[in-house]
Design a protein around this ligand. Structure first.
Ligand code: FES
Length: 579
């Protein structure tokens, strides 16, 4: 009879009404793969396979899998590789975020359905590790995350460059007529010179750092380049450790406590991390009944300096962070701000891991806390009549002079409207205006695409304008930069106040006061919203399929954009603030 405590092949027996027959049948079929009874009696370790020809960020997954399998067998376990969805950022229509929850469901249900005692989850590209962590939090069996690791950098005219901060920078130059077709094509061939994840502090690197900080991967996991031998030695070590965890379980709920999530959020601020990471960790925490309090997250950041000099906030790349000692070397600097007693999947506390790690080797990218690259946390939470439930700005990557700005709204109703008019010579726009994009939030787009990096109108770009205040209910790539307000909540397609903004309205942004204000009266706001009609993409919503499920169930950014039916009752909050 299968039970909650069953192990190995006896776990989760297929229902035939006779559990011993179910086991007999299961063994008969799996023996077709050549397994002996001895092999099948060992702890069974699931290893996710997210390799896909459409996902170059996961190009090294087959090698990582082989290394994990070696480690599992060295420790007496039996590895079973199984496929799950794989999401590559630039190969996901309409946007990868639309598919994150589907990957989380897929991973979660396959972890439940198959008889695995513990799981190694190999991910990398932006949405994959968040989906895997959401799944692990829900299933709550011993799990370790292995990031695929960052790409190495390329070179162009004597300058180091990489995906994808430099993709945007060079594309901006091309739009402004500063470089020609031949040069942009040359750059295109050099931006991603190896497999692996984007090598700046974009979403993938940010998530990998936060996962290491909260103890769900072994030390060193975040920064080892994807193609280094060390990446595969790390995978082999993870393979050995996961077998120990299968024998002596330590589960995600014991690791992902409010204290551990606070550590991850401290790191998010200190590395100048991606805005997307806040949404993803909000979703992970919510799976555990922990609510991420945006006001507390903002307060937390006011005392945390940005210490890591990586693009897009700084100058360098992930391979330089690796050479400096990786995330553990950053955590040494942050030690007074961390909860050091948190248990990690290594079986040691975070404090013990930090003490065991080497000090920064070169200090090329890791600054001393006394000499940060930005004095307070990389992200700020804004509220006001335009964003009653919050909005986010990565002020570490913004133009300082624009952080307190008042300007005239130039409004685009959606992506099509933006594409049709942004480069028109007739567009009435000046450098001091505020570009506003509506209807691209979780429901509106759907999937909250990374379209918040609204391009500078061509005529202004050609005149030398590099940055403007831009705002939307969208997300933005973690590799992007500029004075850009994101995640305005509730979104326009939910009849949020963003829907009420009209051309010519005055908007004021004051990051020091954390406010975002549409300068109209409450009465006028109410009147405009009472006249609101759903945008066409909602009116045309299909009445079946994943699109229907997504649009009727996805939550807003402040809750993590998970499906509402996946959320348990919230019983705790994070981050925890020191008094
Ligand atoms: Fe996959 Fe950047 S596109 S990590």
């Amino acid at each position: 009879m299968t039970s909650k405590n069953s192990k190995g092949l006896r776990k989760g027996l297929t229902s035939y009404g006779d559990s011993e027959f179910s086991l007999f049948l299961r063994k008969a079929f799996i023996k077709a793969m050549g397994f002996t009874d001895d092999a099948l009696d060992r702890p069974i370790i699931g290893i996710t396979n997210t390799y896909s020809d459409f996902n170059p960020c996961h190009g090294n997954v087959p090698q990582i899998i082989e290394a994990v399998k070696r480690g599992v067998m060295q420790e007496g376990g039996m590895p079973f590789v199984f496929p799950t969805m794989s999401i590559g950022e630039s190969f996901a229509y309409p946007t990868s975020m639309y598919l994150r929850n589907l990957m989380a469901l897929d991973t979660e249900e396959m972890m439940r359905a198959q008889p695995v005692d513990a799981v190694v989850l190999i991910g990398g590209c932006d949405k994959t590790i968040p989906a895997q962590l959401m799944a692990a939090a829900s299933v709550d069996i011993p799990s370790i995350i292995i990031p695929t690791g960052p790409m190495l950098t390329g070179e162009h005219k004597g300058e180091r460059l990489g995906a994808c901060t430099d993709c945007r920078r060079f594309w901006g130059k091309y739009r402004a007529g500063e470089i020609d077709q031949a040069e942009i094509e040359e750059v295109n061939a050099r931006l991603a010179p190896t497999t692996g994840t984007c090598m700046v502090m974009g979403t993938a690197s940010t998530i990998a750092c936060m996962v290491e900080a909260c103890g769900m991967s072994l030390p060193g996991a975040a920064a080892i380049p994807a193609v280094y031998a060390e990446r595969f030695r790390h995978a082999e070590t993870t393979g050995r450790r996961i077998v120990e965890l299968a024998k002596s379980p330590l589960v995600p709920k014991e690791i992902l406590t409010p204290e551990a999530l606070t550590n991850a959020l401290v790191v998010l601020h200190a590395i100048g991390g991606s805005t997307n990471a806040l949404i993803h960790f909000t979703a992970v925490a919510a799976r555990l009944g922990i609510k991420i309090d945006l006001a507390a997250f903002d307060r937390l950041g006011r005392d945390i300096p940005v210490l890591v000099d990586l693009k897009p906030s700084g100058a360098h790349y992930m391979e330089h962070l690796y050479e400096d000692g990786g995330l553990m070397a950053v955590l040494k600097e942050l030690k007074p701000l961390l909860h050091l007693d948190c248990m990690t999947i290594s079986g040691r506390t975070l404090g013990e891991e930090i003490d065991a790690a080497a000090a920064p080797a070169k200090r090329k990218v890791i600054r001393l806390a006394t000499a940060p690259i930005f004095p307070s946390g990389g992200l700020a939470v804004l509220t006001g009549n335009l964003a009653p439930r919050g909005a986010l700005i990565k002020h570490a990557s913004a133009t300082p002079a624009l952080l307190n700005h008042r300007g005239r709204a130039v409004v685009f109703d959606g992506l099509e409207d933006l594409a049709n008019r942004i480069d028109s010579d007739d567009l009435d726009v000046n450098a001091d205006d505020v570009l506003v994009l509506k209807n691209i939030g979780p429901k509106g787009a759907p999937g909250m695409p990374e379209a918040g990096y609204i391009p500078i109108p061509k005529k202004l770009a050609k005149a030398g304008v590099k940055d403007m205040v831009r705002m939307s209910d969208a997300r933005m790539s973690g590799t992007a930069f500029g004075t850009i307000v994101l995640h305005i909540t509730p979104e326009a397609a939910e009849r949020g106040p963003l829907a009420a903004v009209r051309d010519g309205d005055m908007i004021s942004l004051d990051v020091s006061m954390r406010t975002l204000t549409l300068e109209i009266s409450d009465v006028e706001m109410a009147r405009r919203l009472s006249e609101w009609t759903p945008p066409p993409m909602l009116a045309d919503m299909p009445d079946h399929g994943y699109r229907k499920l997504y649009q009727t169930s996805v939550t807003q950014a402040d809750i993590g954009c998970d499906f509402d039916f996946m959320l348990p009752k919230m019983t705790a909050t994070a981050p925890l603030l020191r008094t």
